[in-house]
Design a protein around this ligand. Structure first.
Ligand SMILES: [Zn+2]
Ligand SMILES: [Zn+2]
Length: 428
C-alpha cells in the first residue's frame, strides 16, 4: 500500500496544450504506468454544501503555478458560493491516489451534493472554469461581482477645436512649431509632429516612392514650411524618460545653432528614420517609442512592443505563443502584468485591472476601434473612469482584459496579417 509516487515530466512545459505531468506508479521492481481507466476513489469532497473546485497540483510545476492566481481570484470573487481548494500532490503523495489522478494539474468539479461532475487535466483558464460550471448547470453568477459595466458612447463635451488644429493620427493638439503637412488629392493632412508622421509612414500600404516630396515639416527657428527631404533634424532624448524629441530645420546650420543652445544630435532624414523605425509594434508593425509602448515578452524570451495595450495582447494572436505584457495604467502609470496561456489570460496583476476599448461610431451606426491612441489598461475600473473624465472626447467602453485578448485571438490569419496595414492610417 505504501507505494511511492514518482513524477515524470512527459510533456514539454507549456506546449500548445498546457504542460502536463504524468504521475507514474512504481510497482514492485518494475515501473508501471497507472492505467488511465483506474476509477477515481470517491473522495469526500465537501462539507459546506457548496459546489467545490479541487485543484491538484504542486508548487513547482509551471502550469500549476499559473493556476494559483486563478484559484485565488475564484476564492475571493465567489466567496460564499464556491469552495476552492488546492492540494499539493508532491507534498501529500497519498492525495493523488485518493483522487485517482494521473496528471497535474487536475481540476475536479463537485456539485453542492458532493457528486463529482467533471474533471480536467492541465491548465484551465478562469473563463473556461466558469464556462464549465455554467455548462454543468451550477449557477455561480447570481449577484457575482461582475466586471463593472461602464461606457461612454458620446463625448462628455463636444470637440470644438478647429479641424486644422487636430492631429490626423493621434487626435492631439497640433503645435505650430512641430506641424507636419502631407499634400493629398483631397487637400492637406496635418500631423502634430515628425513622430506622428513616422508612425503613419510605417503603416502605409501604398507605394512610398517619392512620398517625402508631398510632405513638409516646420522650421523650428522660423516657423516656415520646409520640404521633408530638404530638412535637417535635431534629435534629442528627454533626460528623465529617454523619450526622443525632434525639431526640424530648413538647413543644417540652423540645426547646429539650436544644438549649441539646447543639445541633441543633428541628423539627416535617413538617419532620423533609422532611429524612428527601430522600434516597432509586434502586432501591427507601427513605429513606436518604448516610452509610449507596452512591453511584451514572448515565450522563449523574445522582447517586443505593443504600440498600445490591445496590440500588445495581439502579439499572442500573431505569434501563437504565450506572452507576458507589461503595461502602465494610463492614469497612474502603475504597472499591470498580463500573462497568457493558450490564448487565454492565465494571470493578471492586479486582478482588478480592466481595459478601455476606445471606439467610434461610424456613419452607418456601427462601432469601430478608435485606433491605438485611444486604447489602454487600468489597474481598476475607478482609474479608468477618472481617465475618461479627464479625456472628455474619448468614446468607448470598459471591457475585461480577457475580452480584449479574446477579441485578438478570434482574428483570422488574414486579418492579423493586415492589422493596421489596411490603409486606414494613410492620409486621405
Ligand atoms: Zn499626433
Ligand atoms: Zn500596434
Amino acid at each position: 500500500m505504501n507505494k511511492a509516487l514518482k513524477i515524470v515530466v512527459v510533456a514539454g512545459l507549456i506546449v500548445s496544450v498546457a504542460a502536463i505531468m504524468l504521475l507514474k506508479q512504481r510497482g514492485k521492481g518494475t515501473d508501471a504506468v497507472q492505467g488511465l481507466s483506474t476509477p477515481a476513489v470517491a473522495a469526500a469532497p465537501t462539507t459546506s454544501g457548496l459546489p467545490r473546485l479541487v485543484d491538484l497540483g504542486a508548487d513547482k510545476c509551471v502550469p500549476c503555478k499559473m493556476m494559483a492566481p486563478i484559484l485565488e481570484e475564484l476564492k475571493e470573487q465567489y466567496k460564499g458560493r464556491l469552495d476552492v481548494a488546492f492540494l499539493d500532490v508532491w507534498k501529500n503523495p497519498n492525495v493523488s491516489k485518493q483522487y485517482g489522478i494521473q496528471v497535474i494539474p487536475t481540476q475536479i468539479f463537485y456539485d453542492a451534493a458532493g457528486k463529482e461532475r467533471f474533471r480536467h487535466e492541465g491548465f484551465f483558464s478562469k473563463d473556461d472554469i466558469l464556462a464549465k460550471w455554467k455548462e454543468l448547470g451550477v449557477d455561480l453568477s447570481s449577484d457575482a461581482p461582475q466586471t463593472p459595466a461602464f461606457e461612454q458612447l458620446a463625448p462628455a463635451k463636444p470637440d470644438e477645436r478647429p479641424k486644422e488644429s487636430i492631429c490626423y493620427l493621434c487626435d492631439g493638439d497640433i503645435k505650430s512649431k512641430t506641424l507636419v503637412t502631407i499634400q493629398t488629392d483631397k487637400g492637406p493632412v496635418r500631423l502634430c509632429s515628425p513622430h506622428c508622421y513616422s508612425i503613419m509612414y510605417s503603416c502605409l500600404t501604398e507605394d512610398k516612392t517619392g512620398f517625402e516630396k508631398k510632405v513638409t515639416v516646420t522650421d523650428w527657428a522660423t516657423g516656415r514650411p520646409v520640404t521633408l527631404s530638404e530638412a535637417a533634424f535635431l534629435y534629442g532624448e528627454d533626460e528623465a524618460t529617454g523619450k526622443p524629441w525632434i525639431k526640424a530645420f530648413g538647413g543644417r546650420d540652423a540645426a547646429v545653432a539650436e544644438r549649441t543652445a539646447g543639445g541633441g544630435s543633428v541628423l539627416a532624414l535617413d538617419a532620423l528614420q533609422r532611429k524612428e523605425f527601430s522600434n516597432r509594434c509586434g502586432f501591427c508593425d507601427r513605429a513606436c517609442y518604448p516610452q509610449d509602448a507596452a512591453e511584451v515578452i514572448v515565450e522563449g524570451g523574445v522582447h517586443t512592443w505593443g504600440c498600445c495595450s490591445h496590440c500588445a495582447l495581439g502579439v499572442a494572436a500573431r505569434t501563437g505563443k504565450n506572452i507576458e505584457v507589461r503595461e502602465k495604467d494610463r492614469l497612474t502609470k502603475q504597472q499591470i502584468v498580463v500573462r497568457t496561456l493558450d490564448g487565454k489570460v492565465a494571470s493578471l496583476e492586479p486582478s482588478t485591472a480592466v481595459a478601455w476599448f476606445g471606439q467610434r461610431q461610424k456613419p452607418d451606426g456601427t462601432w469601430a476601434s478608435a485606433g491605438c491612441f485611444h486604447q489602454g489598461f487600468f489597474t481598476s475600473a475607478d482609474n479608468l473612469k477618472k481617465w475618461v473624465e479627464q479625456n472628455p472626447y474619448e468614446t468607448g467602453r470598459l471591457i475585461s482584459i480577457s475580452q480584449a485578448l479574446a477579441d485578438k485571438m478570434k482574428l483570422s490569419p488574414e486579418q492579423i496579417q493586415k492589422a493596421c496595414k489596411i490603409g486606414e492610417c494613410a492620409p486621405k
